[in-house]
Design a binder for this molecule. Sequence first.
Ligand code: UGA
Length: 439
Amino acid sequence: MKIAVVGTGYVGLVTGTCFAEVGIEVTCIDIDKQKIDNLKQGVLPIYEPGLEEMVVRNMEKGRLHFSTSLAEGIQNADVAFIAVGTPPGEDGSADLKYVLAVARGIGEHMNSYGVIVTKSTVPVGTAAKVQNEIAQALAKRGADIDFDVASNPEFLKEGAAIDDFLKPDRIVVGVASERAEEVMRKLYKPFLLNGHPIIFMDIPSAEMTKYAANAMLATKISFMNDVANLCEIMGADVNMVRRGIGSDARIGTKFIYPGIGYGGSCFPKDVKALIKTAAENGYEMQVLKAVESVNEDQKSVLFEKVKRHFGGELKGKRMAVWGLSFKPKTDDMREAPSLVIIEKLLSVGCEVVAYDPVAVHEAKKDLGDRVTYASDPYAATEGADALLVVTEWPEFRSPNFETIGALMNTKVVFDGRNIYDAQEMERAGFAYHCIGVRT
Ligand code: UGA
């Protein structure tokens, strides 16, 4: 089989590379010449564990190609994935201009039957617009070429994307013809070996599935953040409550960890977009509105604790911040709670010294030189009045608190991810604040 993947962002690059990995011939296309030139040299635009080696290996094997030419990449492709960005517009709805421009381009250049698949997260009804765009472009050039559209949302987690792609829990495909179903089943056959299903459905349901999945996960997180905040007030311990409810299989142990709010490019954007789609169609997503509002508040919870601890006297205090990316194993800073926390610290006159193993380059785009960047976690704590743990990178899990205590000006830790044991922290002589856990 031969496929084209348009858009070499996070989703496109992982998708294209993983298909190449199982022996499919893949051309990844992007209009950004610099990006394509870099990729041809094995230089990736994002950090994702294991991806770089896989890109290089598959290029060397001659299965993975990069090009700026849609016309070239689409020739004889059995399947073309549209994986370009859908940035949120000012009103929260997903902007489809890139998706539809690619659809037009495919219609202008395709030369044989193919299935055109939306892989980007797109609102319900987008595949129909893609279909229209392609049909119009074909009609304009008087080409009589058959095609199908399909919707195949991705469920990749940043930091674990390769594993998620190669061993998926499920693959969801929305189709409108048996021919398209057959092509998609053949394409995904190599990934179904772990016994997880490929679920075929109609196109609008597949489009909705993606939003419903992310919205449900965001809901779990906001719900637990609400519970954690209440635990603090009532003298309960959210770690106990989490274990207590998670052992009920209907609730499950995953995604019920409270923290400082969800970030990243997906949950905030998709929750907003779903609320917007509903509103446009005369329906109010009441639960999701609350999910969003809890999340906004939660990003300030750690700062409020800092403020309380120091009795509001924060001017001139030196704050060490561990972790900048919205979660570990990525350099993605989009909607990262760290940005909200750091802006608040800076606004009251704190000095911020931050450490992150990979995200500093990205963080600088927002924070510039208003923050000092330390080269290792210990250096960040030197002379600090408090340490804030914002992202739970594995290297923060078991640091030497004796060393840290000696380096710090005052021994205070604000743990936004509940990664330390309150009693151990007390024994080490630290004032310890976390989220919803009894200290
Ligand atoms: C999310 C989904 O998990 C993927 O299935 C989906 O494909 C992806 O969005 C997408 O739509 O592209 P991702 O944004 O990479 O993936 O990150 P997650 O691991 O889901 O984490 C999201 C946020 O939730 C992070 O800020 C994390 O810190 C937070 N979180 C997660 C919690 O606060 N508590 C938890 O228990 C779990």
